[in-house]
Each structure stands twice: as C-alpha cells, then as structure tokens.
Design a protein around this ligand. Structure first.
Ligand code: DQA
Length: 146
C-alpha cells in the first residue's frame, strides 16, 4: 500500500523554528523515520512539504491519480484558513489523519478551529513527532485490514 505524508508552510524550518513549541527534530528526520517504519512493513511512503497552498493541492490531486491509500497531513497554518485544501482532500476521497506537533487547543484561539478535523479519520495534536508515528501506525492497521 502507499501512504503520503504532507506538511504545510514553515514546517521545513522544524528543528530551528520555535523549538520550545515544535521541538528539535527536523522534518527530514521525521520523514526518514516514517519511511523506514512503512518500508519495514512492506509499504511505500512518500513525503512532501510546501509553503504554497496550490502545490499542496496539486500534490493531493496527484495522490488521487496515483491511488494513494492514506494521507497523513499537517496543514500547519493552512489548518486554520484553507477551504481549498479541505476541498482537495474531499475531492480525492482518500482517508487521512490530521497531525499537529503542538496542542493547538492550548494555544491562541485562532488555532482552535481546523478546516480538517470534521472530515479527518482522526486528529492527533500535542504529541510532537510521535504524532506522525501514531498516525502511520493507524494508517497501516487500516490498510492491512482491507
Ligand atoms: C501546527 C500548528 C499550527 O497552528 C501552526 O500554524 C503550524 C504548525 C503544529 O504542527 O503544531 O505551523 O500545525
């Protein structure tokens, strides 16, 4: 099966970006760890990060054409603003888990609303990089059950 990990704007700065909030782990480390985990169970995992809304949308459309089975997405600031990315994931009908490194509910009020949570299989927030691993573990369990 194939899994796509999507990360939104500024997550390319992980490791040096507000380490008190987002931790010291880089996005490269997160993605490599996820790929190793998926591969060890015989699955394919691709990751993509962009600071541009349209690039994330196009990658989601591409996932639909490729027959990607499951998406793990941290839309970053687009979580709170993007009807367009929401519509893209709805448009391809690929199940997804929404991940946030920080606990968005314990932060500023404008971070409390997500355009993704009501259409996600599940939401993980506040567990740092571990959240991606837990999402992957869930995705693999779902895929192998099919
Ligand atoms: C984030 C939370 C968002 O509010 C923020 O804009 C981010 C990262 C997180 O992973 O905690 O860029 O999605």
């Amino acid at each position: 099966a194939s899994i796509l990990v999507l990360n939104g704007p500024n997550l390319n700065l992980l490791g040096k970006r507000e380490p008190g909030v987002y931790g010291a782990t880089t996005l490269k480390q997160i993605n490599q760890n996820l790929e190793t985990l998926a591969n060890s169970q015989g699955h394919q995992l691709e990751s993509f990060q962009s600071n541009a809304e349209h690039e994330l949308i196009e990658r989601i459309h591409q996932a639909g054409e490729q027959g990607v089975d499951f998406i793990i997405i941290n839309p970053a600031a687009y979580t709170h603003t993007s009807v367009a990315i929401r519509d893209a994931v709805l448009g391809v009908s690929i199940p997804f888990v929404e991940v946030h490194l920080s606990n968005i509910h314990r932060r500023e009020p404008f971070r409390h609303h997500s355009y993704f949570s009501d259409i996600a299989e599940g939401v993980i927030a506040g567990l740092g990089p571990k959240g991606y691993e837990l999402a992957l573990s869930y995705a693999l369990e779902q895929i192998t059950r099919q």
